[in-house]
Design a protein around this ligand. Sequence first.
Ligand code: SF4
Ligand code: SF4
Length: 130
Amino acid sequence: MIELVRGEDCIACDKCIDVCPTDVFDRSAAGIPLIARQSDCQTCFMCEAYCPTDALYVAPDATPLADRTVIPEAHIGRYREQLGWGKGRRPGSLIAIGPELPHGTPPPRLSEVAPRVSESTHVAGTSRPQ
Ligand code: SF4
Ligand code: SF4
């Protein structure tokens, strides 16, 4: 679960906000993302993977840590390091090495899934042979 955004390392590139599938973050006036809906986090690590400055930390547990102060410094950027996307790169998303974000229509949010399910059920019902 997302646990930490380190404001001193964040360059306000918004990549974490863009890749999060469950809209956990809000943009703050200062440009640093806020963890606004931590309970919606799916522990997918996408924000940590795409952050170009290792400013985020996602714990592997699906429940919040009891005490955020126990996060070891060595754990910051570890996921990216193990992905092979590099740890400790210089700030600046323009020089980030990670893969490009996919282009085209973004995947549907969870709130958009239910109407599609009922629509497909309706179509299946009406197309049945008589
Ligand atoms: S781990 Fe995934 S779901 Fe959680 S905040 Fe990061 S991108 Fe969003
Ligand atoms: S991806 Fe990293 S540097 Fe960019 S806004 Fe999010 S925390 Fe800040």
